[in-house]
Design a protein around this ligand. Sequence first.
Ligand SMILES: [Zn+2]
Length: 378
Amino acid sequence: MLNLNISAIHFNDSEVEIDYHISPQLKEIDSGAPIKLNYAFLVKKDYTWASMVALGSFLPYLVSRDSKIKVTLPIAATEWLKEYWQQYLTAMFESSFSIEWVFTAQYSTEEKEDSLFSSNASNRIGLFYGGGVESTFALSTFYHKNPILISINGKNWMNADKDKSPIKYNLISELTQKYGLSLEEVSMNVRNLIKDTDAIFNRFVTGNLFYFLAAPIADKFGIGTLYLSTELEYALEVGEHDQSIHPRFVNNVFVKKPSWPLFMSIYMGFPKVSMFAKLAKTDFIKYIYSCFNNSQKRWCGACSKCFRISEFCDRIHLDRQIIGMQEGITGRREHSPVTRYSWQYMDKIYGRKYMREFVLLAKHAIKKFKKKFLKINS
Ligand SMILES: [Zn+2]
């Protein structure tokens, strides 16, 4: 049995700190640092919400490791919370599990004036925004409805680590200023607390973080629906990949109480190259940021995203300068069960050019050879 004990929750204006202990200690989970969240405004002291953030961060991951979990929370017994996790985990795991709940009532949950969603929900839209093709495409289709953009960043999280490079955030800030849009940022350290692969993190944690970290923003700005438009090729191709953000699963993530926001996956049937082609007909194309590496360059030129976006430019005859891409990045045909999809789709729409592919292949081979050769000589 694994024990998850949420021992204390501290609200310090715009910062929230959640202390936890997991025993026996798992090597993949940091045992020292608390969960830390930072908002741009004073956060309401809703201890039940903070408990949901902590549970969303750890509970599904722990159930994947052990079928018996004892959870200790510092709030008063909360039936809906237990029901929520029972349903969520049942939807996520085929095998049986059991959760033993202990509520220490260290914090009163009766202080209604401090809880989220105590007033009426509203109908504004929230959009998770990271500057990539999917979220920018979604924005281009309903920016006139004045959505609130929600950007989650954190150490080692996707390509949203501000400390590594500010390029992405400079582009987002330019875009929001130009269109008069509100941007709400949340910083968190959860990716850094679970030292497991991105695949595992996206399978068990990411969707929960999107939803629960957005909750104070939804409450403050009257957001009734949170839209998620994200890359889903992996999720749709490989069984449990990205399960926590899978369109079939986000329905299990949101809290089914009237005042909590809906959480919806949108545009999942749209091939990325089609989104890109549509974006290229708008001003939004200028703000695309899609590189994996958060390097000092907007396009590192060495990751699969850079290769693919470069190929998109060729196929739709878009000048790379418009997206700030330097010359010399060339597409490379991909063959894995997941990534070949992009290429097959491009072939369907734009036709396959064997001669050009051969030249690109040769270019990549020469690059690889030079790299190897230089390395040997260095
Ligand atoms: Zn790159």
